[in-house]
Design a protein around this ligand. Structure first.
Ligand code: GDP
Ligand code: IMO
Ligand code: MG
Length: 428
């Protein structure tokens, strides 16, 4: 088995970083293929916590190749800050490669993201304000600036001039913001270009040669299925494709080169930002989940909304991404609960729905159908084998696999590498 895609099945923050880091101990290469520094992936290694936004979560292993592929909205400032912070902590980041086709996040993208979302008022999405949506908008409008342009001094100057002419007009008329200074942005980005130049390459042959050589590759999804631009709760979504298919267009890897897909499933559900969340618990249970799980956003620090596990959403993710195994994370957060619930289906006007409805009006009206489980009321964070888990925890997991139709591959009982129980025999 040489290529594994890691994809989030819910609304993000499922623990993708932890599972990628765990599997990366055996991987040769870790690839980010979509999103940008809107992601916040936490890795805990040897008692140290690392929060990664743009760098792939394989970065902690010496010798692992880390690729930021063409599908990523690439913020050079954040990338360099993150590399500097890692270097200061003794982590070597020189084995990072950045696609020359990735689109560059510019200062006007960040401004437009922040101001634009605030201008939506009550309809705001609650974006991370990192400029990801506006960067992809420019790509699709075919005025984007790519990393290869940033590497060419004259080309970058020309494109920046043209774009600032457009963007400064928009900043004034639509966003009521003062213009950005051409010379200032030029100088700033030329500085980034010089520092990043040794890492920039065409990652398509590089990655495909790695695959052809039988090397072990992990594709690290950011965000998650319910935030996918097409399959999530549109318009309360991100601007990329976190589903496994995103790998093919986001990294230049053909579909038949993907061997296995692992869907990360938090043992309950959280969401940051606005938008529908059928199993949300706006009550003491939700509060308890937030407190027990310290559910506050990695990137923005916002409190995360909390609720019971939604198997409809996980099934949706399973179907869309062809998930072979679930990696269930944060099971330990449920240790103190007397009762735990799983939403097994959505009822709408007395009818059980087949999947996740496209219409947000219908989604707002669905009534989650719950199955209730007895809690295990034991600290499971020290358990290292599946059979040692309390019977009620095993019942919860096994029923989860049954309802979603996805096999259980990994169970995580804490943030550290050691707190990982692997059941799947064929992951690397
Ligand atoms: P990601 O965006 O999917 O990578 O997830 P985040 O890193 O944003 O959020 C997941 C949080 O849960 C991080 O703080 C992880 O260190 C932590 N975590 C991951 N797995 C577990 C687990 O099994 N138990 C506990 N208690 N924490 C975990
Ligand atoms: P990871 O990879 C959770 C959410 C934002 C907002 C919506 C759109 O850590 O799981 P954007 O800035 O992407 O345009 O915001 O998507 N969002 C995330 N929520 N985890 C993430 O990433 C997210 N990335 C974006 O809160 O609702
Ligand atoms: Mg996160």
């Amino acid at each position: 088995m040489s290529t594994i895609v890691i994809t989030g099945t819910q609304w993000g923050d499922e623990g993708k970083g932890k599972i990628v880091d765990y599997l990366a101990s055996k991987a040769d290469t870790v690839v980010r293929f979509q999103g940008g520094c809107n992601a916040g992936h936490t890795v805990v290694a040897d008692g140290e916590e690392y929060k990664l936004r743009l760098l792939p979560s394989g970065i902690l292993y010496k010798g692992t190749l880390n690729i930021i592929a063409n599908g990523v909205a690439f913020d050079p400032e954040v990338c360099l800050q993150e590399m500097d912070a890692m270097t200061a902590r003794g982590i070597d980041t020189s084995n990072t490669r950045i696609s020359d086709r990735a689109h560059v996040v510019m200062p006007y993208h960040r401004l437009m993201d922040g101001i634009g979302d605030a201008q939506r008022g009550a309809d705001k999405i609650g974006t991370t304000g990192r400029g990801i949506g506006p960067c992809y908008m420019d790509r699709d409008d075919r005025i984007g600036i790519r990393v290869c342009d940033l590497m060419e001094k004259d080309e970058f100057a020309k494109k920046l001039k043209r774009n600032l002419d457009i963007k400064n007009g928009e900043l004034a008329a639509v966003y009521h913001h003062e213009p950005l200074e051409y010379e200032e942005v030029l100088k700033e980005y030329q500085g980034y270009a010089e520092r990043l130049r040794p890492l920039v390459t065409d990652t398509i042959p590089l990655l495909n040669e790695e695959i052809a050589a039988g090397h072990k590759i992990l594709f690290e999804g950011a965000q998650a299925t319910m935030l996918d631009i097409d399959y999530g709760t549109y318009p309360y979504v991100t601007a990329s494709h976190p589903v496994s298919g995103g790998v093919t267009v986001g990294a230049g890897v053909a579909p038949k080169k993907i061997d296995k897909v692992v869907g990360i499933v938090k043992a309950y559900c959280t969401r940051v930002g606005e938008g529908p969340f059928p199993t949300e618990q706006l009550n003491a249970i939700g509060e308890k989940l937030r407190e027990a799980g310290h559910e506050f956003g990695t990137v923005t620090g916002r409190p995360r909304r909390t609720g019971w596990l939604d198997a409809v959403v996980v099934r949706h993710a399973g179907l869309l991404s062809g998930i072979d195994y679930m990696a269930v994370t944060r099971l330990d957060i449920l240790d103190g609960f007397d009762e735990i619930k799983i939403c097994t289906g959505y009822k709408h006007k007395g009818q059980l729905l087949k999947g996740v409805p496209a219409s947000l009006n219908v989604l707002a009206e669905v009534e989650p159908v719950y199955e209730t489980f007895s809690g295990w009321k034991t600290d499971i964070s020290g358990i290292r084998s599946y059979d040692d888990l309390p019977e009620n925890a095993r019942k919860y997991l096994e029923r989860m696999a049954e309802i979603t139709g996805i096999a259980l591959g990994i169970v995580s009982v804490g943030p550290s590498r050691e707190q990982t129980i692997v059941l799947a025999k064929d992951l690397f």
